[in-house]
Design a protein around this ligand. Structure first.
Ligand SMILES: Cc1ncc(COP(=O)(O)O)c(C=O)c1O
Length: 391
């Protein structure tokens, strides 16, 4: 079956954060929403059918997950990521971010620190600071147009006796890297030597373009697996973030017990009624849809990259290996972060994420979500070009 990713589905007035939060952010009515990380594609029909089936039963009371969803996730990790896990390693959470908040509370004592790697998904900072922990930024370095980890600096930060936890983003949002086996082994080795717990946020793991392979860090050795918590979810992959289902995978039973205790303490362990149903349908029946979605997104990426190369040489876009998020450098326009946002929202009329929210090294950048129909991408690029010419 061919899925139609060209269809424009009007999300206005559905309470979608992407379209319906314009007022809050002072974004004009006619700016194209290409920011928050969900897709403008219909989810796989198997998910809609499974939800509809459950919806037809008119009682939406307290729910438990059962075993089927976990088994479907185990199969998915095996077939898609060549990673063998056990169903009992999986802990349900309503999202990766709530789970990260629980983790820092479960594993850090006052005064202890977290390593992150900016530019990175903004909640990594707030997960630390909301819970009164300090974060150390092991800044990614741009080398020959590619972001790389600075392992010397990482080791220094990991060696700080107060450092207890590292949040890895793989694939990395926003720079689109799929970290190599060598890099992952090196970083894991440092964490093991300095007893730093690895929290691998691998939520984008399924959104990897051809020629790249995502390697779950925990799959690299039993020793690494014992010191790693892996955060996954069907939410990015199948466009079901609003259903609030994440799978937190933890082999080490002591770590798992401590995490589950903290989830329970914050009453986050009960799933919503559609979470398990949607995840199971996604993992059992969503592979073909995903393959086609990825091909489509990759073509969108090529469109943007070619457009910038041919018509907008003052911009730079990073050739992402994964995710549907493009990291675009607008620094040559010489606009301060606030002014860049104003320029994009009000003059170009495209609503992107401000790069500055990913850390100060993101100043002058913006993140563009290209999980949308091609016609929107084409229109967005034309708008950006027009606004730059007029500026
Ligand atoms: C790296 C990363 N982690 C977590 C999330 C959000 O996870 P959740 O919606 O499950 O809390 C996102 C969403 O963009 C993300 O990019």
């Amino acid at each position: 079956m061919r899925y139609n990713f060209d269809a424009i589905i009007d999300r206005n007035h559905t309470l979608a954060a992407k379209t319906d939060m314009r007022m809050k952010y002072h974004v004009p009515e006619d700016a194209l929403p290409m920011w928050v990380a969900d897709m403008d594609f219909a989810s796989p029909p198997a998910i809609t059918d499974a939800i509809r089936n459950r919806l037809d039963h008119p009682i939406y009371g307290y729910t438990h997950l059962g075993d089927n969803g976990h088994e479907a996730a185990v199969q998915w990790m095996k077939t898609r990521h060549n990673w063998t896990i056990e169903p009992q390693w999986i802990v349900h959470a309503p999202g990766v971010v709530p789970a990260l908040n629980c983790m820092v509370r479960a594993f850090l004592k006052p005064g202890e620190k977290v390593i992150i790697q900016q530019p990175v998904y903004p909640p990594f900072v707030s997960v630390a600071t909301n819970n009164h922990f300090e974060y150390l930024n092991n800044e990614l370095q741009e080398i020959n147009g590619k972001y790389e980890m600075n392992l010397t600096d990482f080791e220094m930060k990991a060696a700080d006796p107060a450092t207890k936890l590292f949040i890895l983003c793989n694939p990395h949002n926003p720079v689109g890297r799929v970290w190599s086996k060598e890099t992952l082994l090196q970083i894991a080795d440092i964490c093991i030597r300095h007893q730093v717990l690895i929290v691998a946020d691998e939520i984008h793991h399924d959104l990897v373009f051809k020629g790249n392979t995502h390697i779950p860090i925990a799959s690299l050795s039993p020793e690494i697996s014992q010191q790693t918590i892996t955060c996954t979810a069907p939410s990015k992959t199948f466009n079901i973030a609003g259903l609030q289902a994440a799978n937190i995978i933890i082999e080490n039973a002591d770590i798992r017990t401590a995490f589950v205790r903290e989830l329970a303490r914050t009453s986050l362990e009960t799933p919503n009624v559609f979470a398990g149903i949607a995840s199971e349908a996604a993992y059992r029946e969503g592979a073909e849809w995903l393959d086609q979605a990825l091909d489509y997104i990759e073509e969108n990426k090529h469109y943007v990259m070619n457009y910038i190369q041919e018509k907008l040489p003052m911009l730079r876009v990073f050739d992402s290996e994964a995710t549907y998020l493009l990291w675009i450098d607008f620094n040559k326009l010489e606009l301060q972060p606030k002014r860049l946002t104003q320029f994009l929202n009000h003059e170009a009329k495209v609503w992107l994420n401000a790069g500055s929210t990913f850390g100060s090294s993101g100043n002058g950048f913006a993140r563009m979500n290209i999980a949308c129909p091609r016609s929107i991408v084409i229109e967005a690029m034309a708008r950006i070009e027009r606004a730059i010419r007029l500026s």
